[in-house]
Design a protein around this ligand. Structure first.
Ligand code: NAP
Length: 315
């Protein structure tokens, strides 16, 4: 039996439809939620991420502003910009695209954000809120993973969940969210002993490592739900052949597009062994941007007064 595909695009569309109604209500109350996206340097992937975020804002009728700074921007200059955005009323959310150039301490920048505008949920105050179960913005990819599980009726309560990866952006926050949803959670990392055995205890397995197709069939409990967060690009035929048992289609794609996207999970094994899984592309990825939009709309509701908040939530 092949596994159920958890279609991230479809779930993104559901959330987007709900958001459109909330935005219309906010606009009728005179509020247009606004997002400022700050990009420092010329990292090509960051340019694509920010462009897609701004495009999504535009398509939803949110106000957006892209601020591009050169790679040699100093920490002080970036701090000044953040303080300025903190003060501007029409900006509800500030997104500083990571990674930042080496001369800038990203933790110091996150600390400088107004926690009420921190739509990536990375300010220590918001991390504290997340850990202690208080309301506040939740990092977008982990929030999207929980939406996928819930909207696909995957039981979380009482499940054994295994998260591979302990980054501040994905691994740790998704583990906390699974815990709040009453899963029994194990967090694995590069020093975990006997990783396949630990992983294969998971009814839910989240792979967030950044290692192409590392999670093979022996990591997967038969029937488990596998969430693949990894986004890795393969750019040579040798790399493609290493990942796929039957590489024909992907080699064609490589020749057409110059690269092939693969997750952290071996895509053929997961189809055969899991009960359900998120594909790459088209799984977790689409949720990340829409959850940023959700956080921006929530920030606008929270910042711009109880009347507006009620208008938008009393549905
Ligand atoms: P990261 O900061 O590099 O963290 C990777 C984690 O994986 C670390 O905790 C590391 O362990 C662990 N790890 C690495 N190799 C391992 C191994 N051989 N065995 C066990 N654990 C291992 O990465 P990230 O920012 O969390 O991102 C992870 C992946 O998700 C990347 O491919 C990234 O591109 C992707 N991503 C996708 C989205 C999306 O929207 N789809 C969003 C964010 C990230 P240590 O801590 O011990 O080093």
């Amino acid at each position: 039996m092949t596994a159920r595909v958890l279609d991230g695009n479809q779930i993104r569309d559901q959330i987007q439809a709900e958001l459109v109604n909330q935005i219309a209500e906010l606009k009728s109350a005179g509020v247009t939620p606004g997002l400022a996206a700050v990009l420092v340097g010329d990292n090509p992937a960051s340019h694509i991420y920010v462009r897609n975020k701004v495009k999504t804002c535009e398509s939803l009728g949110l106000y957006s502003e892209k601020v591009e700074l050169p790679a040699d921007t100093s920490e002080e200059e970036l701090l000044r910009l953040v303080h300025d955005l903190n003060r501007r009323d029409e900006i509800d959310g500030i997104l500083v695209q990571l990674p930042l150039p080496p001369q800038i301490d990203s933790k110091r920048i996150m600390m400088a954000l107004d926690p009420a505008k921190d739509v990536d949920g990375l300010h220590p105050v918001n991390i504290g809120n997340l850990v202690s179960g208080r309301p506040g913005p939740v990092p977008c990819t982990p929030a999207g993973i929980i939406e996928i599980l819930k909207r696909s009726d995957v039981p979380i309560k009482g499940a054994r969940a295994v998260v591979i990866g302990r980054s501040d952006i994905v691994g740790k926050p998704v583990a906390i969210l699974l815990l709040h949803n009453h899963a029994t959670v194990t967090i694995c990392h590069s020093r975990t002993r006997d990783l396949p055995k630990v992983a294969s205890e998971g009814d839910i397995l989240v792979a967030a490592m950044g290692k192409p197709a590392f999670v093979t069939g022996d990591f997967i409990k038969p029937g488990a739900t596998v969430i693949d967060v990894g986004t890795n690009r393969l750019s040579t035929p040798e790399e493609v052949k290493q990942v796929y048992r039957d590489p024909t289609e992907r080699l064609k794609k490589l020749a057409e597009k110059g690269s092939v996207l693969v997750g952290d999970v071996q895509p053929e094994d997961v189809r055969e062994k899991a009960g359900a899984f998120t594909p790459v592309p088209g799984g977790v990825g689409p949720l990340t941007i829409i959850m940023l939009m959700v956080n921006t709309v929530e920030a606008a509701k929270a910042r711009r007064g109880a009347g507006v908040h009620q208008a938008a939530t009393n549905k």
